[in-house]
Unconditional design. Structure first.
Length: 585
């Protein structure tokens, strides 16, 4: 349930205090008590488990959002504190729970909540928008639900181009994107523990022959790599001793695996190396000094060896086995052949760039992700260290921003399509300062359109759908966008999907638990419409080839890959400033 208020120059702390007092006062006659930001019913459901409401207040621009949702709490009888619990007393988004929530909202606010703020009357009043937002401002900004991006493998079936919002449906029907002159056989090195041959044999057997497990509503049956992707695979094994590795410190152990990669690539000419870590090697994955096995491996193997880590624990999780091996097979195909799907429609003249920042003992470092065009073709990752290693804030100087822009132009000029660029879109995890904007403007002189956006997922706002003025029983639809200012958008990249290619005639919510929160997109420079901005974001959430998520990821790939780079460079220096993403993912 979302309530939204707009007044100028508001003191958020005063508003929080006033709202809390009004809510608590309204609840007294309903046998509802409060603790901190928790409202709970006096009668427990089961022993020390109580049902109630969790509320939070968030300020964006001149708006204040009051979010409430049904939650369950455990009472600590020693200090009488409440802790939110995940235990489900009844199914999430159950009709009964939302009817109760709506009843409480109506009782608490009695259609309209009024209070005085410095002699000005302020109110939350109901104004149906179709998805549970309440406004008191006079001007309603545009909102709507945008269609999800269709994907394709570029193939024709029955005189129609293969397309779907679900890439698994495309794979099941006709496989992945074909690439001219790509090899017919993928050579795979596999480094595994000699004490656990069954661990290695299972991976080889399933990748070659399939899971033999029936498909469910989301995942098709995985019938083997060749059946799914049209490429044969050959394995070249290399064994290690578990006891020999566990006696080493984590960094030395990782160096040993890197030497194994070198051995397989140089002597067997493998295309990719699968590194199988048994349960006993959990101890080498991280240490107290900030070492990370995965990130260090990727750093040292960049531009040399393509790798994929597989842990024994991951294979033994309760996740669907088709999901596990389809994702593993997809990673192998992407890293050795190319991206397996692309958007059905995209602008080849648009370049996307993501910028993320990481903090190291040496100061702030920056990573960039680069998509050559809207299809993701030619995707590269850039390393662009800030010039001042003592810098403590995640922003660029005018010169640093200019240098990043020039690197993009130089990199793109090597593709032979430099003169075709008409639009450059930059996503960043922090706000843009005036000097950054000026630096980018200078570097992109001659480009018809360039745009700068700050994207954040740290937004404590929730919402659910409405149906005929009553609360719906599923989260807000994926693709819902609400413009809250001339330059700010809330976009629900996570939410309900109802599509015949996902679960026919049923709603699907990928996150399964919790109420989805939107991401905040703030435009600092550019001229694109709400429709184009939203469609860009939705498309880029479907282009993460390094994710186990099914239909989408919450954040666009520009930000996801930039964050991957910033994590990796915390482990040391990369030799090249341009890295093919196949070595990093």
């Amino acid at each position: 349930e979302i309530l939204l208020l707009s007044i100028p120059s508001i003191d958020i702390n005063i508003v929080k205090t006033i709202l809390k007092q009004l809510i608590v006062r309204s609840c007294l006659c309903l046998k509802i008590q409060n603790y901190s930001n928790t409202l709970y019913f006096e009668d427990s459901l089961n022993g020390d488990i109580y049902e109630g409401l969790k509320f939070s207040i968030e300020q964006l621009n001149n708006y204040v959002f009051l979010s409430l949702n049904v939650s369950y709490f455990s009472l600590n009888s020693n200090d009488y504190t409440f802790t939110k619990i995940n235990k489900q007393i009844s199914p999430l988004f159950n009709k009964q729970q939302y009817e109760k929530l709506h009843y409480l909202i109506n009782k608490i606010f009695e259609d309209k909540l009024d209070f005085n703020y410095f002699n000005s009357n302020v109110s939350f009043s109901q104004n149906q928008t179709g998805f549970g937002a309440y406004f008191s401002n006079d001007k309603l900004f545009p909102s709507g639900i945008f269609l999800d991006t269709l994907l394709t493998n570029g193939k024709i079936k029955n005189e129609v181009t293969e397309k779907s919002i679900n890439h698994f449906k495309i794979f099941e029907s006709s496989g992945a994107v074909d690439y001219t002159f790509s090899p017919d056989i993928i050579k795979i090195g596999i480094i595994s523990p000699k004490e656990k041959q069954s661990f290695r044999d299972k991976i080889i057997q399933v990748l070659c022959n399939g899971t033999k497990d029936k498909k469910n509503q989301i995942y098709p049956e995985f019938n083997g790599f060749e059946s799914f992707f049209g490429k044969k695979i050959m394995f070249y094994p290399l064994e290690y001793s578990i006891s020999g590795v566990t006696t080493m410190n984590p960094k030395d152990a990782c160096d040993r695996f890197i030497r194994g990669c070198s051995n397989l690539v140089n002597n067997k000419q493998v295309d990719i190396v699968l590194i199988c870590l048994s349960k006993e090697l959990e101890c080498i994955k991280k240490d107290e000094n900030g070492f990370d096995f995965h990130d260090y491996l990727k750093l040292k193997c960049a531009s040399k060896y393509k790798t994929q880590i597989i842990t024994e624990n991951a294979l033994e999780t309760s996740d669907n086995i088709n999901k596990k091996f389809i994702n593993l097979a997809t990673a192998i195909y992407t890293k050795t052949i190319g991206i397996p799907w692309k958007p059905l429609e995209y602008d080849k003249n648009t370049v996307y760039l993501g910028i993320g920042f990481g903090i190291t003992p040496k100061g702030i470092t920056m990573g960039c992700s680069q998509l050559f065009d809207g299809s993701g073709q030619g995707l590269k990752l850039l390393l662009s260290k800030v010039s001042d290693e003592s810098k403590k804030n995640p922003h660029l100087s005018k010169q640093e921003a200019y240098n990043v822009g020039i690197k993009i132009r130089e990199l793109y000029s090597k593709t032979g399509h430099y003169n075709d660029i008409t639009r450059v879109v930059i996503h960043k995890t922090t706000s843009f300062r005036k000097e950054e904007i000026e630096g980018f403007k200078q570097s992109f002189i001659g480009i018809e359109d360039f745009e700068l956006y700050w994207i954040s997922e740290k937004i404590n706002i929730k919402g659910f759908s409405m149906f005929k003025n009553d609360p719906g029983f599923y989260p807000i639809a994926r693709g819902t966008a609400l413009q809250i200012a001339d330059n700010e958008l809330l976009i629900w990249t996570d939410g309900t999907i109802k599509n015949i290619d996902v679960i026919p005639d049923k709603n699907h919510y990928q996150s399964a638990r919790g109420i989805p929160k939107p991401i905040l997109v703030k435009k600092y420079y550019g001229k694109s419409s709400i429709e184009l901005i939203t469609n860009d974001i939705l498309t880029l959430t479907k282009m993460n080839f390094n994710s186990a998520d099914v239909i989408y990821t919450k954040m666009p790939v520009t930000i996801s890959y930039a964050n991957v780079v910033t994590q990796i460079i915390k482990q040391g220096e990369l030799e090249d400033y341009v890295i093919d993403f196949q070595y990093i993912m």
